[in-house]
Structure formats: C-alpha cells, structure tokens
Unconditional design. Structure first.
Length: 35
C-alpha cells in the first residue's frame, strides 16, 4: 500500500474542519500526533 501524501496545510485544514464538526480535541490530538 503506498504512503499517503499530504501537505502540512492539508493536515491543518483537516484538523480544524474536524474540530469544528465537533470531534473531541483529545482524540484529534492523538490521531494527528499533537502533544
């Protein structure tokens, strides 16, 4: 399976969009590797 390619900006936008959609901050931070 090939590596998923994405830019830092894509990751940030996805994080913010999912947070605004109501996903828990702790869960998103774990998934995105934010401490």
């Amino acid at each position: 399976m090939p590596w998923k390619e994405c830019s830092v900006m894509d990751e940030r936008l996805q994080f913010v969009a999912r947070r605004l959609a109501g996903e828990p901050m702790a869960e998103l931070c774990r998934e995105f590797g934010i401490s």
